[in-house]
Design a protein around this ligand. Sequence first.
Ligand code: SF4
Length: 486
Amino acid sequence: MIYLKQNVEDYNNDFRAMIQAFLPNEKIVITEEGTRLTFEAECREQTVTLRLWEHGNRIDEETVSCDYRDKRHAKNPIKAAAYHLLSRYCKKTLPWGGMTGVRPTKFATARLEEGWDADAIIHEYETVYLTTKQKAQLCYQVAKREQELLEPFHFTEEYCLYVGIPFCLSRCLYCSFTAYPIERYRDRIGEYLLALFHEMEFVAQACRQKRLVAIYMGGGTPTSLSTSQLADVIDTVYRLFDTRYVREFTVEAGRPDSLSREMFEMLRAKPVTRISINPQTMNDETLAFIGRHHTSQMITDAFHMARDCGLDNINMDMIVGLPKEDISHVRHTLEEIQKLGPDSLTVHSLAIKRAAELNMRMQQYQESMRGSTNEMLTLADSFASEMGMQPYYLYRQKNITGNLENVGYARPGKECLYNVLIMEEKMDIIAVGAGTATKLTFPEYHRIERVENVKNVEEYMLRVDEMIARKCAGFRWADERNTMQQ
Ligand code: SF4
């Protein structure tokens, strides 16, 4: 346990994130009792002093000359000081240096908009945020590609639709999504779809002044529905919404145990433009351990079948940092993926969220962690490059292994625009279904308003009108805000 002692709370989140990044297994507490280490932050008008105490003895300190109330100027030096202090204590450096946020590319994006060149942007990442050159270059590359991809959009006049199908075949150990066992709900899927269509109907009407540009169907695993049920969902989207401006329609076909030729033929016949078949790993032992009831051969077969059926934009997701896996397992996964030749590859660093079963088995998991996750990410980066892919979106999550990142790579023209749009937070994402969250954006105010649906499927079916009322209130609030701005 670490005692976080501070005279003001202005940098509370930053200190917590930094401590967690260096000491991920330590709990941060706000009383000294029973703690071994104290991280003290004393913020004054002219100086900020950070100290580390162990068993009551001061062991190190860093002082920054700044006015802590001037967050705009003080934040980065204070975070850098916390980084140096913890880096000396833990005798290690972090690839992302003092960066703790979920969107590390946002600084590169802002600098590109100001006309900075690559060298200046990379230099800023290395010197101000203390990242490695490799991460700085990655941010620059992603920001540059995002800028090109977002160029054709008119953010305030357009929106994306997210359709949540919260069912899956079995629960993965690391899963924190809204994913209920399909077998338990087989008899009630029709009821769920009716509620979903009812909510869609409202959204289609409420958003008719804007252009729908991207549709994403996720969950759960949408293909855990029967082929005819999923076809019905797709047809209903096309019946209710004006889809003339849709540039992309992704369906998560994540689990091979949910896929069949019939399903692929249906997806091919509909206006679906992109699917995702997600191995996570191509090592059978790991697949069994993480609770995925399928083999790597089933992934290979599903992929070939999808290609045979004419699906020409297939993503594959993989995770690095999985229990019991070292770099040789990751290399094997990448070699197998390379043989298949997907159009895009999304590489996740394992994030263990509170809701995941893996979190409960953390102790066991720690013992099976092998090797450097950052090396695994670097390996994935080089395989992606060999497959002709470029990184185009990047984000980090809380509780991500090694404080690292998730990166989307794609062959030119095969990127998922929805992923970029949701990451950039410049366009409204309207989400329907249990466990989904609508994001209304106010770029002028640098603000996002979330309107959440209940997670529980039964609650959702019962309270769908309340979900609609929540959205209605959110839309009204957004309209008033936009009118005020004009
Ligand atoms: S396949 Fe995805 S949604 Fe289904 S349980 Fe695994 S992580 Fe969760």
